[in-house]
Design a binder for this molecule. Structure first.
Ligand code: SF4
Ligand code: SF4
Length: 87
């Protein structure tokens, strides 16, 4: 079960999570960052780093934010997938 980035990242995008991810599976989209669900090793390192509590393990995503589980997966299959985070 991968970790998932949700709504609170939108407009913040401070990339604090990127710095601690051991497998570089956090990518940057236009409005928010996303975790690649097949690359995440479920280590949990990113979760406490997020200043706006945007990151949850998939099983703990709040009910109102469940759509972000699918979004973090689908966004990588689209024509314009998130890329390496800009620093
Ligand atoms: S849980 Fe670990 S592997 Fe997954 S995105 Fe966070 S830091 Fe990266
Ligand atoms: S730490 Fe949180 S707000 Fe910052 S880029 Fe990562 S998910 Fe977005």
């Amino acid at each position: 079960m991968p970790y998932v980035i949700t709504e609170a990242c939108i407009g913040v995008k401070d990339r604090a999570c990127v710095d601690v991810c051991p497998v570089d599976c956090i990518y940057e989209g236009e409005n928010q960052l996303f975790i690649h669900p097949d690359e995440c090793i479920d280590c949990g390192a990113c979760e406490p780093e997020c200043p706006v509590t945007a990151i949850f393990p998939e099983e703990d995503v709040p009910q109102t934010l469940k759509s972000y589980i699918g979004l973090n997966a689908e966004v990588f299959k689209g024509p314009n997938p998130p890329g390496k985070p800009q620093r």
